[in-house]
Design a protein around this ligand. Sequence first.
Ligand code: NAD
Length: 288
Amino acid sequence: MSRFEGQVAIITGGALGIGGATARKLASEGASVFIADINDEAAAANVERIREAGGTAASSHVDVSVSEDIARMVNEAVDLYGRLDILVQNAFGVIDGVSIIQGTALTVEEDGWDYGIDVLLKALYLGAKHAIPHMRAGGGGNIVNLASVHSFLQEPGMLVYEAGKAGVVGMTRQMATDFGPDGIRVNAIAPGHIVGEGLAKMWEKNPSGHEFFADQYPLRRTGTPDDIANGITFLCSADASFITGHTLAIDGGLTVQLQEMFGARQAEYIRAHPDTIIPGAAADRDSV
Ligand code: NAD
């Protein structure tokens, strides 16, 4: 199937994880892909993998926290392939081995806030700013922004990430409104816990922890990068031609649960504390 034959796609953070799988999926369906990533080695390996499978791919060293890099990314892709149809704004990561997402309003430092919001939000505005003129010139296009279940559900001590990912949802709706008349659809995906290469290494050391964690999901598993790549390619495809401004949760049902989202944890708690009543917990379900 070649749903994207003749189309050009930029994927930020397209070396590994969700972005890596998305680059492979789009290429396998005919798109020429441009991987923009800070991890040169992993980006080159993904390009090689795509080419070996018969696809068209190239990569460039791009740090989405750097404004000039984003402008150059779009120019390089258009110079190379001659047009731009799809922009997947996915890049996000850690800096100096420390997650920038941790902390409350009391503990997050101003430079951590600035870096986090630059990567999570400003980069997406800049990517759109540089990409949209080329999409307009080509008669339309698709932007998919990576939101998160953290756009809707708060975990303690995650101020920057939660604020940034909530902002992604609002920005997606705004851009859909502004550029719908140009034939440009703008959507977002809100993944649940997705185990890419990095998280797989973490869970390998703690398989029972992974099992316990997966049990919090109605589908009783965590997600794969392919689960998200499938959603992104759907939103970019003609099958989604009347969908814009939408944030699609791909989360195994995590966000449709009420208090039961932590049902398994609560059930364990109840076993240890039999006199406790927690609304919505597994022990209460039978009586509802
Ligand atoms: P990942 O760490 O597996 O891959 C991220 C990729 O982005 C890597 O190739 C990395 O090198 C690149 N990258 C990081 N910082 C960059 C920068 N400043 N400039 C350019 N490239 C950069 O991450 P993932 O788990 O695949 O997550 C991808 C996106 O999905 C992120 O926006 C993340 O917030 C979102 N998301 C992930 C999950 C999850 O559970 N994995 C859940 C919800 C949302």
